[in-house]
Design a protein around this ligand. Sequence first.
Ligand SMILES: Nc1nc2c(ncn2[C@@H]2O[C@H](COP(=O)(O)OP(=O)(O)OP(=O)(O)O)[C@@H](O)[C@H]2O)c(=O)[nH]1
Ligand SMILES: [Mg+2]
Length: 652
Amino acid sequence: MQSRSLIVATAGHVDHGKTSLVKHLTGIDTDTLLAEKERGLTINLGYAYHHFQHQDEERNISCTLGFVDVPGHTDFINNMLAGFGAVNHALLVVAADDGVMPQTKEHLSIIELLGIKSGIIAITKTDKANSEQLESVIQEVKQLTKNSIFKAAKIFKVSNSTQDGIESLLNHLKSETVRVESNQDASVNRNFRYLIDRAFTVKGIGTVVTGCVKSGSIGKNEQAAISSCNDSTKIKGIRIDKRDIAAITINQRAAINIDVGLEAVSRGDWLTDSKIVHPVTRLDTTINLVDPNLSIKSGAEYHLYIGASHHIVSLRQLDERGTFFQIKSHSAIIAHHGDRFIVRDPASQHTIGGGTVIDVFVPRKKRASEDRIKSLTALNQADNLALKSLLEISPTGLNLREFSINRNLKWQNVELLLKKLKNEGVEYVRLKETTSKDEIILFHEYFKNYAKRLLTQVENFHESHRSLQGISEPALSREAQLPASHLFFHSILQILIGKNLLKLTGTLIHHPSHKASLSVEEREFLAKVRPILKKSENIPPRTRELAEQTGIPLKKLESILKQTAKSGSLVKVAENRYYLPETIMNLAEFTEKLIESSPEEEGFSVIQFRDASGIGRNLCIEILEYFDRVGFTRRNENTRVLRTEKENIFAK
Ligand SMILES: Nc1nc2c(ncn2[C@@H]2O[C@H](COP(=O)(O)OP(=O)(O)OP(=O)(O)O)[C@@H](O)[C@H]2O)c(=O)[nH]1
Ligand SMILES: [Mg+2]
């Protein structure tokens, strides 16, 4: 059986009859707090549901019409804002005997600023107004809403006292519920995000949270992360009102039983897919100011309402036009591209604007540079356009992991977007940075330029050093001066080696056809020394011992060893120790295996390397320091870890 769910938040001035209306529509009184009863007004959010079956010729649909009832009193605006955190429909309530009042206007502007998609209007207390009064309030409301999402909204006249008009409003909302589009497609592309608005304990069951699914879906027994602490929790049960269900999807409200203590969750936290948990204290956004002439004071504190949470923040205008603003918060914020928020001024107690999150990966430096504004402009577009524009303006490549987390895109969807780009003829290369989780894509035009630079540098090197086999990676990196990190350079180099445009011999990079011209003396020397080094394998003789074994005088030997190492035929590991390239490759392989066998691949100590290899301690240190130097390993106090795979450093 199909299911549909429409969650509506009420809005309107205090005492205009919101809670009474929800009660008549659902039979549930949401003002449950003692203080609410005593004061006769709503303080906290209330929740109520009306379930019904819809049957027509083709379908039998199980429908949920849900309400989030918000307080009208300005003192509880925090709660009102939390109520709208994940809701897409609004019911604007205006009392016929009172007309448009301050919070009618403020709630309307909040609804607009939060990008709520649709709404209807109810004029309540019709029993307390004559027809003239009623007509004048209707005109007033029409005037107020003529440029808003309510401009084409139906206006229902109701009385909570006589119940006049309630049925027709309920019927309208029910038909809207049936018409809600099934959002299966939307939930396939994005990861699960569920905004928590309440958390409590139920005896015998444990911690229960209630909230609304903002994106994706989740099923019973699956795992989700709690955004505030990144702890994982099992979804023990899901309930909509009193019914247990197996899974929930986008736009549904539900109670979820989780297996963490109550202290771990509170209003404003999210249950999300663990892949996208990314708390930040800086966000780049667009903000629409209610009064466009208002100037944002850069040192001032503002109140930010996002999701169902509240933060004290400062704002900084990033561009001259005033499109982009950076938000800096004292507390961690969970947000993704496209999330809406409200900014209030604590001094005037007014909503000053609302905005949309553009990027949660704010650069450390040059936060308002021309390039950054270009990136923000690119990001401020639909997924596919953003990806294409960003690619074209990113000379150091586009970080796909960040792109997918920022926009809460499932990886398969990112792959789909990339495929579409290729189909449109947009060319790029993928740079795999083996030591980090990041995957970078680089626009082909940039890649071509860098590749040319590297190839030219290698050619120049050959021109001026005929007798040398090639240039070392650090030297080439220095010469080529690519605009990003060494890892970036390294990945480009790997692509060129993979395409056979460059070649690695030992640790030297060279043109594939270049062969260092060894002199007759060098060749004869190699023929003599290779068998000795081969036989002694991992523990080659020191130069002094080698001099004895070959009969070559030490001084002369040292000079010819040095010369031959430059051709890549021997590898100088320490001042008095040379290895064959293939022995180095074997030792590198040995090191990789040692790491793999260490608990949780944590690395190994010199002693562990010594015991496993049977090589003496001092020589072990020499070998490992050589590995550090060429960028194969990294020393962390007493342990060593791999920086990259051996193939990235040594010739096969
Ligand atoms: N005569 C009459 N009284 C009404 C009607 N609707 C609500 N009231 C009364 O107006 C008062 C306020 O109603 P509520 O439903 O609590 O108003 P509210 O909008 O929820 O108020 P807040 O939540 O505090 O913003 C109560 O005493 C209701 O009984 C109506 O249609 N006719
Ligand atoms: Mg109320």
